[in-house]
Design a protein around this ligand. Structure first.
Ligand code: BDP
Length: 710
């Protein structure tokens, strides 16, 4: 590298740090016009006068059974929400004595609801389902939110608030809803000292004894989750600290559970598999040892005495240094069932993670994408009824783009919980505007071919292909104690989208983005359209400037934010002939882990989707792509197009000055400047590195600066 290159690099890095420092520094110190704390529950007055007057007439009073903490929570939310949106206090009434009463309840707590002609239908929707109807009662126009259970009352109320906030009709309603997945969980990777590995925002919102709990923040967290249907939260990191299961911390977990309970949210914990040894003083954690069995049974009793509705345990075993049953010569099924049996009498469940690539589990060497499949699919049908396997969306590790995890097509007798990462460990941390709704839809719509074409991951998760008692989705949380919760204002959209898609995987990414924008950023239709467009394109843009055409894992270590392709030869296999990992029969044969329909599609160079080409094939540099360009030219142009997208987005975003909340507008503008510099960095580092193999000229449109990274 010449000294002028070096100077250029130093300047780029100094600029990057300066922008970031300014951005984050300002975020921590300034009081904003809108500081982002209220998330999508802003409840600001409805700006359109006609709509305002319609909502005022439609909701004049609230009739809700008093009493339980859940009903208190619902009452408070509706009064705050409708009161804020319609700029008026909503009185509580005891009967339907006027037009515009909003009646909320269950057949159990409201005789009026019990006597509705569709009471049976309400029951059939289950305790989390609800119906919202506009009707006449005692000659008055009313709106009824009815459910068989308290969670459904809450979800129905939030649904109504969302309709008011997003400008949807609020009259002539006849809505029936129920979640398509039973468990909709956040997984916090939080630690006792408050640190969140791969968190990128602040510290954990939980505090552990002796520090007091920030109850009001935890309550607002619960409101936000309930508003999008999340019904469980795993409090601690999958690399579990043993002490979460000790008496002192269980007490704190119980306090957290008490705050979350009215919002329909259960508490779960990550368990260290070796707890019988490291916490219990036994000399083994062997799952077949009677003392170990007794240990877990007693531990379960202890937990449920404190938290009667405790959800269950999440376990990362024999993965990345964590202990597990293989340590004792036992199988994953034996390990999972040990805990499942201990929790079963209390109604708890076990979520056993499949993120395993420990050599002891066997499986083919040298192709990580096949290892979890090799180690686990043979146990299909051998897990206890309250055990789920928690499977990451892709076979590697939350990369910007991966094909779906082959386990989704391979374990028909086992309940599978889909795991996605809301926190942007590999997708821009807290710095890049990347909406993940489109990534998750790609995952949910992927065809496993488990029962022929159309066997999408969503259907597998929902138990539509083979019915399941347990269904669910988990998202690694991006929530922290900083004022706006998630650092990047658009990261809130990912929290929102996760909840909405876990409730209904069939919702569209765009409709979810639109809801979020309307509730959080703007009610101006033109601005909304432009922002939604940015969101919808943002993930593909990231893939373009980081890992286009099916490349993966080009990251540095320990920071996963920066590119370091030179250390990842094993994943991209660049050589003088071409680029990409050959997973066909001429290579690792890793593609065989997919069901025949998917396998044949991926294994054939002609039918393999181009966005996964280098994942499955080693492609010559001069191979013609769909565009007619050579693979090398296409690769370069993709990297450049990602950078161009960020530049264009910056311009569009500048145009929102004066339209959006000034502080939110300014913060995102600053972050986009960081994103542009870092996208250029990815392009520069990756292309200059691949160029050492391809030795072909860069296409004219591509500006590559020689820099090799931090
Ligand atoms: C990786 C993270 C690591 C997690 C691991 C997991 O870098 O911190 O512990 O995933 O999912 O992406 O267990």
């Amino acid at each position: 590298m010449t000294s002028s290159d070096k100077t250029k690099r130093v300047m780029i890095w100094s600029a990057r740090f300066f922008i970031l420092w300014m951005t984050l520094g300002c975020q921590l110190t300034l009081a904003y016009a809108d500081d982002g704390y209220r998330l999508w529950m802003r409840y600001d007055p409805i700006p359109n006068p006609a709509r305002l007057s319609q909502c005022r007439n439609t909701f004049t009073a609230l009739l809700i059974a008093p009493g339980s903490p859940a009903e208190e929570a619902i009452k408070n939310e509706l009064m705050k929400g409708i009161g804020g949106l319609t700029q008026g206090a909503i009185p509580l009434v005891n009967s339907v004595d006027r037009d515009g009463v909003l009646l909320v309840g269950t057949p159990q707590n409201s005789p009026l609801i019990a006597s509705l002609p569709w009471a049976k239908e309400i029951d059939a929707l289950g305790p989390e389902g609800y119906s919202i109807r506009s009707m006449k009662m005692n000659g008055h126009a009313v709106t009824v939110v009815a459910s068989a259970g308290k969670p459904g009352e809450l979800y129905g109320s939030f649904d109504l608030l969302r309709r008011i906030q997003t400008g949807l009709p609020v009259t002539d309603l006849a809505i029936s809803e129920q979640p398509k997945l039973k468990l909709r969980l956040l997984n916090h990777w939080d630690n006792l000292n408050g640190k969140i590995p791969n968190g990128y925002a602040g510290k954990s919102i939980w505090t552990w004894s002796p520090a007091p709990l920030d109850e009001s923040r935890v309550r607002d967290y619960a409101r936000a989750n309930a508003s999008i249907g999340i019904n469980g939260t795993v409090l601690n990191d999958v690399n579990a600290n043993k002490s979460y299961l000790d008496a002192k911390n269980l007490k704190r977990a119980a306090e957290i559970a008490n705050i979350l309970r009215p919002y329909g949210i259960r508490v779960y914990l990550c368990a260290k598999f070796s707890a019988p040894v490291v916490l219990g003083g036994l000399n083994t954690a062997d799952p077949l040892n009677p003392n170990v069995i007794a240990y877990w049974k007693n531990k379960a009793d202890e937990i449920y005495a404190l938290i009667p509705d405790f959800g269950g345990l999440l376990v990362k075993a024999n993965s990345e240094g964590q202990p597990g049953p293989l340590t004792y010569g036992r199988t994953h099924a034996e390990g999972a069932n040990l805990l499942g049996n201990a929790l079963a009498p209390h109604g708890g469940i076990v979520m056993w993670r499949t993120f395993v690539y420990d050599k002891r589990g066997g499986g083919r060497e040298g192709d990580r994408t096949a290892q979890a499949y090799d180690q686990l699919h043979g146990f299909d049908g051998q897990f206890a009824p309250n055990v789920m396997l928690q499977v990451k969306n892709g076979p590697i590790d939350f990369q910007p783009r991966e094909p779906f995890n082959p386990l989704f097509g391979a374990m028909p007798k086992t309940p599978l919980m889909g795991e996605v990462q809301i926190v942007q460990e590999y997708t821009g941390e807290g710095k890049m505007l990347v909406y993940l709704g489109t990534l998750w839809k790609e995952f949910l719509q992927a065809d496993t071919f488990a029962q022929g074409p159309g066997s999408t991951v969503a259907k597998v998760l929902e138990g539509k292909l083979s019915p399941k008692k347990l269904t669910g989705m988990a998202g690694v949380a991006n929530v922290s104690d900083i004022r706006n919760w998630c650092e990047h204002p658009f990261a809130q959209a990912n929290w929102y989208a996760f909840g909405r898609l876990a409730w209904n995987p069939e919702l569209g990414a765009e409709e979810v983005a639109r809801e979020w924008v309307r509730m959080t950023l703007t009610s101006d239709a033109g601005t909304e359209q432009k922002i939604v467009k940015i969101m919808m394109e943002s993930h593909e843009a990231l893939v373009s400037y980081e890992t286009p055409i099916g490349l993966t894992h080009l990251i540095g270590s320990p920071s996963h934010y920066v590119p370091k392709p030179s250390s990842r030869l094993l994943y991209h296999c660049a050589d003088n002939i071409g680029l990409g990992f050959d997973r066909t029969r001429t290579g690792s044969s890793g593609v065989n882990v997919y069901q025949p329909g998917a396998r044949d599609l991926f294994a054939n160079l002609k039918t393999c989707p181009e966005n996964l080409l280098l994942w499955f094939h080693h492609v010559p540099w001069d191979q013609r792509m769909a565009s007619g360009k050579t693979m090398w030219d296409e690769l370069c142009l993709r990297y450049q197009s990602g950078v161009n997208w960020v530049r264009q987005t910056r311009k569009v975003w500048e145009g929102f000055s004066g339209t959006l909340d000034p502080e939110q507008q300014r913060l995102v503008a600053q972050l986009l400047a960081v994103q542009e510099t870092d996208a250029e960095h990815w392009r520069n580092v990756c292309l200059t590195y691949f160029h050492t193999f391809s030795k072909r000229p860069y296409p004219d449109q591509v500006e590559v600066l020689p820099e090799t990274g931090p």
